[in-house]
Design a protein around this ligand. Structure first.
Ligand code: PMP
Ligand code: GLN
Length: 425
């Protein structure tokens, strides 16, 4: 009898939407509005910070640094976010630098979720939460954002997707260890309101539940909307881990620098996972992110701030893509934040040739067809739902609008041409 090869904890978590759709978009010539990354460069001061880091006289930047975060980076993160959270942060105990927000999430689940623990995940959700809970031995418990009907003639907003308070409350039991909150949310771009956060806070306090608050899109909020940090609400600091990403913050997704902020009583366990897995993150990238944050600290809230400028630019790009999709015959849901936009493609259902009977949700089939036949890439919304709910919203697909104007124009042209072929006008 041969021994089983695969560890049991990998059961059912082998498929990955990004691996599949990134490969597809690279195989065919596409205008790629799929995977979420900017195709425009980071600002000059960020690139210069990296060049300066590697050309610095201090040759130690090429060597290992402190395991839990390069001193320059944890210092500025503690100063910067201490101010925003209204909390004195100790750079050595309240900050942990990770390999992107992905590893921050992985540390959270590995360190704090046990066999038998339940973790509440709000659907639609960034896909990796579910496999990470399962790999830690926990059980994901899903609660859905429910779309409210909109007035006739009005476009739907991500704000119209809401938690049903009684339904949310019913998910908290004595087995609940954690709720995962992602605001601004990927994929809808929903920015949770203070009232919604207070609802979550009350339940966390009442049931002694932790909160993993994934805030990687914290600077990308539009139309004057405010990003609220749940850790700053009364009763939440001590039970929340806030997660951020330099990839989203400075348009440098390839640098893979992320962080967690939180009380030492929680972070000390994340440090155990970190020191026994990756140990530390690349020093030069951390040094560059530290310099970039220092510049943003000095410019905070001023017109020169990259955070202010990026949100303004992205809001324009969002509005452009909304118009292109409308003109093309899709119905966008206007995001209040993030760099994603979800659209209803129901009108296109008759477009597709008969698809072979397949286990795949319709949105996934549709995008594969769209990539191959129209040269336009997006991501199926079913990827952001648990297995029993994957087909509930498979008339929706997600586009990324953090793209050069030339890329958005190319997408607009494809949609226009498609419309012409479909309707003759
Ligand atoms: N959380 C969310 C909601 C995301 O969209 C992403 C993708 N960037 C991540 C975490 C992971 O971020 P990073 O690229 O910093 O690992
Ligand atoms: N967060 C990005 C997205 O949602 C990238 C995800 C990934 O590459 N795994 O598109």
């Amino acid at each position: 009898m041969s021994k089983p090869i695969q560890a049991q904890r990998l059961e059912g978590v082998d498929k990955n939407i990004w691996v599949e759709f990134v490969k597809l978009a690279a195989t065919y010539p596409t205008v790629n509005l799929g995977q979420g990354f900017p195709d425009f460069p980071p600002p000059d001061f960020v690139k210069e910070a990296f060049v300066k880091a590697v050309s610095a006289e201090n040759t130690m930047v090429h060597q290992y640094t402190r395991a839990f975060g390069h001193p320059a980076l944890v210092t500025i993160l503690a100063r910067f976010f201490g101010k925003l959270l209204g909390q004195e942060l100790d750079p050595l105990t309240n900050v942990l630098v990770t390999v992107g927000a992905y590893q921050a999430l992985f540390c959270c689940f590995q360190a704090l979720v046990d066999e038998g623990n339940e973790v509440i995940i709000i659907e639609p959700y960034f896909d990796c939460y579910e496999p990470m809970v399962k790999m830690a031995g926990g059980t994901p418990v899903f609660v859905q954002l429910r779309p409210k009907a909109t007035e006739a003639g009005k476009l739907m907003s991500s704000r119209d997707w809401q938690l049903e308070p009684a339904e949310l409350a019913s998910k908290f039991t004595e087995r609940t260890k954690v709720i995962v909150l992602n605001s601004p949310n990927n994929p809808l771009g929903k920015v949770f309101s203070r009232e919604e956060m207070e609802l979550i806070t009350d339940l966390c306090v009442k049931h002694d539940v932790l909160c993993f608050s994934d805030e990687v899109y914290e600077w990308l909020v539009y139309d004057g909307k405010e990003h609220i940090r749940i850790a700053s609400l009364p009763g939440m600091w001590d039970r929340t881990i806030t997660i951020g990403s330099a990839g989203k913050t400075f348009s440098t997704t390839g640098w893979k620098v992320g962080w967690t902020l939180g009380p030492d009583r929680l972070l000390k366990h994340l440090r155990t996972v970190h020191q026994n897995s990756v140990y530390h993150c690349p020093t030069a990238a951390q040094e560059a992110v530290a310099q970039a944050f220092q510049r943003e600290f000095d410019n905070y809230g001023k017109p020169d701030s990259y955070f202010v400028q990026l949100a303004e630019q992205l809001q324009q790009k969002r509005d452009w893509l909304v118009q292109s999709l409308l003109a093309g015959g899709m119905k966008p849901i206007i995001p209040e934040g993030s760099y994603f936009l979800t659209a209803d493609f129901s009108e296109f259902k008759s477009e597709l040739p008969d698809l072979p009977d397949s286990d795949e949700p319709y949105d996934s089939e549709f995008i594969k067809w769209m990539i191959k036949n129209k040269g336009l890439a997006a991501i199926p919304i079913s990827a952001f739902y648990s297995t029993p709910h994957k087909r509930n919203f498979d008339h929706l697909i997600r586009f990324c609008f953090a793209k050069e104007d030339t890329t958005l124009k190319a997408a607009e042209d494809i949609l226009q041409q498609w419309r012409l072929e479909k309707t003759g006008q």
